[in-house]
Structure formats: structure tokens, C-alpha cells
Design a protein around this ligand. Structure first.
Ligand code: FES
Length: 102
């Protein structure tokens, strides 16, 4: 289990190993875009991981290619649908309020 904290609301939930950040964020009743339903093809689930990046699955080639095409991507960027929680550390993510990945 990892504790996932979602900014800017500050809501925290316990998340089991293997859960995607997208599924966890939706389970916490937070709103996040996910137009392609988790296929790494829309980029609308782009978020920043502020803490605990090592507690997430590695970035795949598909995710990397999609991130490369999105405006506003930085070193903390992940696609929430592709990043799976490993259960090794607590994680803090930041939902982005601007229209990213369209
Ligand atoms: S939901 Fe489309 S890339 Fe994540």
C-alpha cells in the first residue's frame, strides 16, 4: 500500500500495488481528464508527480512518445493512466488545471 496525496485538494487515500494513478485519482472522487480511457493516446491525463516518483512504474516508450507531444511537460510529468503504483513509497501528485494534451 502507498499513501497517495492529490494536490491541490490535499486529499489522501491508500492505494494498493498495481493500481494506476488514474484509477486511484478517480477512486478518490477527484476530477481528471482521461479521454482515451487509459490508452496513452490522448495525453489529457497528464499530471505532475511531486513526490515519490520512484514508487511508480517506469515510463514506457508509448508514454514517453505521448509526453513528448504535450505542451507544458517537465521532469515531473507522467500520464496518470500509465503510471502504476508500486507500493514502495508514498506519492504526491498535482492535478493540472490548464488544458494539457489536446
Ligand atoms: S487517458 Fe489518455 S493518455 Fe491517459
Amino acid at each position: 500500500m502507498s499513501l497517495l496525496t492529490i494536490m491541490p485538494s490535499g486529499k489522501s487515500i491508500e492505494v494498493g500495488e498495481g493500481t494506476s494513478l488514474l484509477a486511484a485519482i478517480l477512486a478518490a472522487d477527484e476530477s481528471i481528464n482521461h479521454k482515451c480511457d487509459g490508452n496513452a493516446s490522448c495525453g489529457t491525463c497528464h499530471i505532475f508527480v511531486q513526490e515519490g516518483r520512484k514508487g511508480l512504474s517506469k515510463i514506457s516508450r508509448e508514454e514517453n512518445e505521448k509526453l513528448d507531444s504535450i505542451v507544458g511537460v517537465g521532469s515531473k510529468s507522467r500520464l496518470a493512466c500509465q503510471a502504476k503504483i508500486l507500493g514502495t513509497e508514498n506519492i504526491k501528485v498535482e492535478l493540472l488545471g490548464f488544458g494539457s494534451g489536446f
